[in-house]
Structures are given as C-alpha cells and as structure tokens.
Design a protein around this ligand. Structure first.
Ligand code: GUN
Ligand code: ZN
Length: 450
C-alpha cells in the first residue's frame, strides 16, 4: 500500500538557475515562483507531487495532512564540501591554511585511525547538520578507509544521501597520515565496490589537494575515477595564495593550479572543486568547457583568511556552482549562516547575491554541482522527500524585520542573514520527519502571502 502524507505551507520553486539568469541580465527573482498555498505530497519516501495546496488536497483526499501554516517548505539544504572528521576542531584560532592543517587538522584526523572514534564523530556530525536543515552532504573522509565506512553507515541509519571518499595524500603530511599511490587506489576501489550506489551512498574519488599528492598518486586517482563512471571526484583548488605558490614549486611544468588536475584526468563532469578563489581566465575557461563544478565555502574563506570568491565572474562563464560549510575550516554547521557569509563576501567582491541566488546555491545549485539534481535539492516529483520547513520569524530580531517585508524574498532574507537552527520547524529525510519544533510565533508576525 502506498504511504502518503500531504504537507501544506508556502513554498518556492525555481524555474531556472537564477545566477545564469542574472548573468544574462534578467532579474534573478524571475527564476523562481512563490506558492503562498503550496502542497508537497510525500509518497513512499519520495516527493509524489508538488503544487497548489487545494489541488493536491482534492486529488489525495485520503492523505493525512500536516499544515505548517506560514512555514516555508523547501528542499533540504545540500552542503557540497565538508570534512566531517574536522567536527572536533571547528573554530580553532589564528592560523592560515598550511599552518591550520599542520597544527589543528592533521592531529585530529589521526584520531580516525580508531574506527570507534570515527563512528562516534560520524553520528555526531550528521545529527548536527540535520538539526540545521542539511539533508545531504559531500564529505571528505580522512586517510583511513574506516572513516568513510563510518560516515556511510551513519548516513544509512538516518536515511540520508551522502557523498564521501577516502582522502588520499602521500606526501607533505606526517608519516602517520599518509598513504601510497597503490594503497590509495586499493582502499578507494574497495570502498567504491562496497558503497557506491548502495542505498543513497555516492563515492567521490578524493585526492586532498595537489600539494599532498605526488604526480604518481594523482595519476592513479585519474585512472580510478575513469574506471568508475558515476563516481565523483572532489578536491581543493586555489584556496590561498601561499598554496598556489607551493603548487607552482611542486608542479613547475603546469600552466596553473587547475592544469595539475587536468593533466591527470581530474577535470570534467563530476569533478567538484572546493574554494576556487584565485583563478586565472584560463582556469575559468577550462572549468566551464570541461563541465567541472565549483563549490563556494564562504565562512571558511573568511575564517582561514583565504580571499573573496567571485561568484558573478564564474556565473558569467556558465560554471555550475554550489555552496558549502567546509566544516571545520568553515566556522558553522548551518547553511543559513553560510548563506549569510556568501552574501557578505559577494558584497566585498562587488556584486551582492540576491536571496534567490543564495537559496539556489544551497539547494539546487549544490545538488547540480554533485550531479544529484534528480535526487535532491528540489521538490520535483521523483526526488527524495528530503524536506525542511523554515519558520521565517524564529527570533524576535528576525520577526520584527520580516514584518516589513513586501514579498517572499524580503521575508526570507532576514532568516538567511540572522537565522540558525532555531529557524528549522521541521526536517524530513527520505519521507520520515526527523525533528519538529512547535510554531513559536503564529501568524501575526512576518510576511504571510495569504
Ligand atoms: N586544503 C587541503 N586540505 C584542506 C582542508 O582540510 N580544509 C581546507 N579548508 N582546505 C584544505
Ligand atoms: Zn575542504
């Protein structure tokens, strides 16, 4: 028997990519449709239908209804670049990238040699992100294969779609945290066979970044990725100027940083590059031509002092982009906090992102960057029922500002800029409600388009 539930509230639907629209001179908000009385039908863990509340209620009279009133029903957030194993060292003070890796990150990642520690942190991490409305993440593991097993198992227990890969690194890191080209290949291949495509798991071939992989290791990573169609490839690109200079020393023949990855077959559809801040025109052209995607990690870029991501420049080049926390270089588990940071950085870079663009980056854009747009990131029928409901009046400060809103974007923007986990009224994963908060502020406050 089909199990159905009908959720009612307001909602938003993208008709196209608002960043692409803006790059063509169209208003980004025209790329989305606001439904003030929306219905989302959950059917056996998937989205069965999405549309006007009255239409769906008439079509499915037997479906139990949960009415969220003025709550904003959205797809769960997709966090396209994280290091779950850095949960324990988030908010570590005062270092730039290379010192931050050596002093804080590598010692913490060493602890994941203990599978019991990995299991504890994997569960803790996924519960933290779920409380913040993130229902899909793409995570790096540590160099230890068991760290990836722990995350996939924790995701399976929660019904979550997760992308993960064993971090491969065979040089410029302590002996106790390095592998070899052969062991990196063997461990990754074993994990692909065990996990890729099982339930909601996707494997990503994961060389950490050019400085910690020898040319031999990047070569086997390229071969492994080519041998396993449907897997992703994730790595870091052009995050800090010191890192770029280091790559130039290590790979003197490369035309630029991206050329290192290009040389070893690590660009193309399914290649996901974190950060991508200090890019040359040639790198941008190749990212675009090859169909690679880029993930913006704004809290991290501010926290580690990396620089200003140029969203408008990359959008003009037609590059697929997503948003991410980059936990624990990033300073938050919340995609709302991350949207606020993306807005701040876009202001500093000269082109403020519209709330429609911010929402796109955190949902459909992030899903596209992971080639998962048919599964997550939208409320389109056939997608997984990974759904959140936002309370747009979750604190007095937000409510008093939202009250003045003239449209849905004005109502949503204060939550983007000032909201946190208190804004999550409900979080659904694979059609099961994982948590719900009571509606703290009923209809009176805030924008309600009804
Ligand atoms: N570059 C290589 N490894 C890392 C990492 O763990 N975090 C960040 N932010 N950048 C990196
Ligand atoms: Zn990272």
């Amino acid at each position: 028997m089909t199990r159905r539930t009908l959720l009612l509230g307001q909602s938003l639907e993208f008709t196209r990519n608002p960043m692409a629209a803006r790059a063509e001179g169209a208003p980004p908000e025209d790329a989305a449709r606001h439904l003030s009385h929306a219905g989302v039908l959950i059917e056996d863990g998937l989205i069965g239908a999405f549309g006007e509340a009255a239409t769906l209620a008439a079509r499915y009279p037997e479906a139990p209804i949960i009415d969220y009133g003025a709550g904003l029903i959205l797809p769960g957030f997709v966090d396209a670049h994280v290091h779950y194993a850095q949960t324990g060292i988030i908010a570590s003070w005062g270092k730039r990238l290379i010192d931050w890796l050596n002093d804080y990150t590598f010692p913490e990642e060493r602890r994941f040699a203990d599978p019991a520690y990995a299991i504890t942190l994997a569960g803790r991490y996924l519960d933290l992100v779920l409380a913040n409305g993130t229902t899909t993440v793409a995570s790096y593991g540590t160099v230890h294969a068991e760290s990836v097993t722990a995350l996939f198992q924790a995701a399976l227990a929660r019904g979550m779609a997760v992308v993960a890969g064993k971090t491969c690194m065979d040089r410029n890191a302590p002996d106790w945290l390095t592998d070899t080209p052969q062991s990196a290949y063997d461990d990754s291949a074993r994990l692909i066979r065990r996990w890729h495509g099982q339930n909601r798991a996707t494997y990503a071939v994961t060389p950490r970044f050019a400085p910690t992989s020898s040319p031999e290791q990047l070569e086997v990573m390229g071969a492994l990725w080519a041998e396993n169609p449907g897997t992703l490839m994730q790595t870091h690109l052009s995050e800090q100027v010191e890192e770029i200079a280091w790559v130039k020393d290590l790979y003197p023949k490369a035309r630029d940083y991206l050329d290192v990855y290009e040389t070893y077959g690590l660009t193309g559809p399914g290649a996901v590059f974190g950060h991508a801040i200090h890019l040359t025109d040639r790198e941008i052209a190749h990212l675009s031509d090859s169909g690679s995607s880029v993930v913006h990690c704004p809290t991290s870029n501010a926290f580690i002092g990396s620089g200003l991501f140029q969203a408008a420049r990359l959008a003009k080049a037609g590059i697929t982009m997503g948003l991410a926390t980059d936990t624990g270089g990033g300073s938050s588990f919340s995609m709302l906090r991350t949207m606020a940071a993306a807005y701040d950085i876009s202001q500093l870079a000269g082109t403020p992102l519209h709330p429609a663009e911010l929402l796109w980056l955190a949902t459909a854009g992030a899903a596209e960057s992971l080639q998962m747009q048919d599964q997550v990131g939208t409320l389109a029928p056939g997608s997984a029922a990974d759904i959140i409901v936002l309370d747009l009046n979750s604190t007095p400060a937000i409510a008093q500002r939202a009250q003045r809103a003239g449209d849905i974007w004005g109502a949503l923007f204060p939550t983007m800029m000032m909201g946190d986990d208190r804004a999550l009224r409900s979080v659904w994963v694979s059609g099961a409600e994982r948590q719900r908060q009571p509606d703290s502020r009923p209809a009176a406050a805030g924008f309600i388009a009804r």
